[in-house]
Write a protein that binds this ligand. Structure first.
Ligand code: FAD
Length: 523
């Protein structure tokens, strides 16, 4: 007989990804234990950019507004050569994105992590243990057992499932013997965050990659009152020396009056492009940096990890309810890995443009990029991919569903009402009543919204921008997964049949490591 588990889920590591996963799973009613080896939030410089889709997802755990209040909208991204010529650039379109949030947001990762930890304290069903390090993890047919070193001594924690959200050097990944596929990038950079005095004029409003072979440099306006610089290091450069105050100031002097700023924090990182070969072993799953790492040139490492957490959380709840079988958890890798791999390749491609230290090679790069620009050839800016696996094959499937407001309900978003569940959107709430009723009976808990003629029990949608109507096209209905990736647009009956096939694992998953539909997204 199966032994009763102390917890439904053990979350190892409480960085941003583990904190989001723990909060989401607790919101879904799972009994969660989250353990984190450190007591304080990681202080060194990391993410500064979060995109609108991820901000919208963070709304499900109640921290999007806090992040938004402590961030500035991103105003553009330029690659500039030593002579100040713009080799390529991308600027966000005017207005807000289809999710209702600014396209890109320059934020402060520790503030996000603090907001998430605050939220975890408010949630029932989750027990957080700080200063608690997982030192062994094993599994059998019934569940997972971990040895956790705490200040009270070593404790055994049993859970039905576990997730390694324990970062780049993941203990869990190593314990499972899972290796990483190297996508081919390895460059050391020193990263420095500075605080700007109150009243100081904002430095450049756009993010800049200075493609100067003498000193490849990134300059990023980060959260209010802060600015980020990143400098590529020479292969022989001493890392401790690179973070010494005098060395940092010497580098910064090319950009700013160093007497007018305050050095806040700095660190040397090796930027890699790595992808775990396997994301699930039995009852244990890897997500976030434990499953993938990318250079920061697209500002997507944390965003990708948060997307993983949203892809995974509701699937655990479904497995625990017995709605789907355990192998269904492989859809996380099937859906997320091609997306992450495409973004990582894009980030590596951008890195290869800026990380050129050879004078002749840089001159040739500049000549070619400027010639292409003059000839009107598109610059090599990678597009953000869509999800290709675990979705239907219509033109909207795999894209993020726009987020409309609830009609007549002020600032209430549709996600605020549905919660973290699948959402069926009808073009006309009056049509196909029998099909909708059958759909609801088959998939209890799914929310239903409609653009026109909302009936009793349907959310009346206000789609002022028209994004959602355009996405529906001629289709009578759209089904979005809990993470708001569009499953497909079709008749309610077909969506029901295909969703059932997806949950039973019989929907073919066409994605592979090499495929992910590209899309134009401003950075
Ligand atoms: C310079 C730089 C710039 C970046 N810029 C961006 C950006 O602009 N946008 C973006 O989206 N991403 C960016 N990133 C990436 C982003 O910071 C990471 O992807 C993100 O922090 C990963 O989150 P995580 O929760 O997966 O891992 P982590 O944040 O590393 O958290 C893992 C946690 O697990 C804990 N842990 C480890 N082992 C154990 C154990 N055995 N037991 C218990 N706990 C354990 C650790 O203490 C840690 O708290 C950047 C990264 C760098 C380095």
């Amino acid at each position: 007989m199966a032994r009763a588990q102390q917890y439904d889920l053990l979350v190892v590591g409480l960085g941003p990804v583990g904190a989001v996963l723990a909060a989401l799973c607790a919101t879904l009613g799972l009994r969660v234990r989250a353990v984190e080896k450190d007591t304080a939030i990681y202080k060194l410089p990391r993410a500064v950019q979060i995109d609108h889709e991820v901000l919208r997802l963070l709304n499900f755990v109640g921290v999007a507004d806090t992040v938004l209040a402590n961030s500035c909208p991103g105003e553009g991204y330029e690659f500039v050569n030593r002579d100040g010529e713009v080799l390529m650039s991308r600027y966000p379109p005017p207005g807000v994105a289809p999710t209702g949030y600014p396209w890109t947001n320059m934020f402060h990762q520790p503030s996000l992590e603090a907001a998430l930890r605050g939220r975890l304290k408010e949630l029932k069903h989750v027990k957080v243990d700080l200063g608690a390090k997982v030192v062994s993890i094993k599994q059998d047919d019934d569940g997972v057992v971990a040895a956790v070193e705490t200040q009270r001594g070593t404790e055994r924690v049993r859970a039905a499932y576990a997730v390694g959200c324990d970062g780049a050097r993941s203990f869990v990944r190593q314990a499972l013997g899972i290796d990483m596929v190297d996508l081919g990038f390895d460059e050391p950079w020193v990263v420095v965050d500075v605080k700007l005095p109150l009243g100081m004029r904002r430095l450049a409003k756009v993010s800049i990659q200075l493609c100067d072979p003498a000193q490849p440099t990134t300059s990023v306006p980060s959260s209010p009152g802060r600015h980020r610089w990143e400098f590529m290091l020479r292969p022989d450069e001493d890392h401790a020396e690179a973070t010494a105050t005098e060395t940092l100031k010497a580098r910064l002097a090319a950009w700013v009056d160093t007497d007018s700023i305050q050095l806040e924090r700095s660190a040397v990182y090796e930027f890699h492009g790595l992808l775990a070969r396997q994301w699930r072993a039995g009852r244990i799953v890897l997500i976030g940096d434990a499953a993938h790492q990318m250079p920061p040139f697209m500002g997507q490492g944390l965003c990708s990890g948060v997307r993983d957490a949203y892809n995974l959380a509701w699937k655990f709840a479904a497995v625990l309810r017995g709605d789907v079988a355990l192998p269904f958890l492989d859809t996380v890798q099937g859906e997320r890995a091609p997306h992450v791999a495409a973004i990582t390749r894009g980030a590596i491609a951008l890195g290869k443009i800026v990380c050129v230290a050879d004078e002749a090679e840089a001159a040739e790069r500049d000549r070619k990029m400027l010639a292409d620009l003059a000839a009107g050839r598109p610059p090599p800016f990678p597009s953000m991919p869509y999800i290709e696996s675990g979705v239907l094959d219509d033109r909207s499937a795999g894209k993020p569903m726009p987020e409309p407001m609830v009609a007549g309900a002020g600032a209430l978003r549709v996600d605020d009402v549905t919660g973290f569940k699948p959402l069926l959107v009808l073009a006309n709430g009056d049509a196909a009543a029998a099909e909708v009723q059958a759909f609801r009976a088959r998939f209890p808990g799914i929310s239903v919204a409609s653009l026109d003629n909302a009936q009793h029990g349907q959310i009346r949608v206000q789609d002022e921008s028209g994004w959602l109507r355009r996405m529906l096209g001629d289709a009578p209905a759209l089904l979005a997964k809990p993470d708001r990736v569009v499953f497909g647009t079709a008749s309610v009956e077909r969506l029901g049949e295909q969703w059932d096939a997806y949950l039973r694992g019989t929907l073919s998953l066409p994605g592979s490591l090499n495929s992910a539909k590209p899309r134009p997204t401003p950075r």
